[in-house]
Design a binder for this molecule. Sequence first.
Ligand code: NI
Length: 137
Amino acid sequence: MGQLVRFGVSVEKDLIGRFDRLIARRGYANRCEALRDLMRQALIEKAWDEDAPVVATVTIVYDHHDPGLEAELTEIQHHHHDSVVAAMHSHLDAHDCLQVVILRGKAKAVKHLAEELIAAKGVKHGGMVMTAGGSAI
Ligand code: NI
């Protein structure tokens, strides 16, 4: 953590009351940590809006018996190998596989690749977590 700066914020009593109850339910120790997370979230959203360098994880679930699907998912990742940092595969049961892929690059390219993996025919469920690192947060 860098040098800390203290600042005062004026907030309506009702708003801070509701905020305090929310952050307590989420397990924050104090307002400072909750505010820092909100600020970082806003900066991450800005990076994605501005097509800045970002990081994402993509989680997909699929049946590995689905003909050609594993090959297609591998082909998509090789086609965009510059954006793929790593992939982890877990055999969930006799049929379903879970794959988590870490992506890095310009926001638009990362989002496009994530959408391509999630939309591949046969993928039962998928989602992306958008984040960023370094100077973005
Ligand atoms: Ni598997």
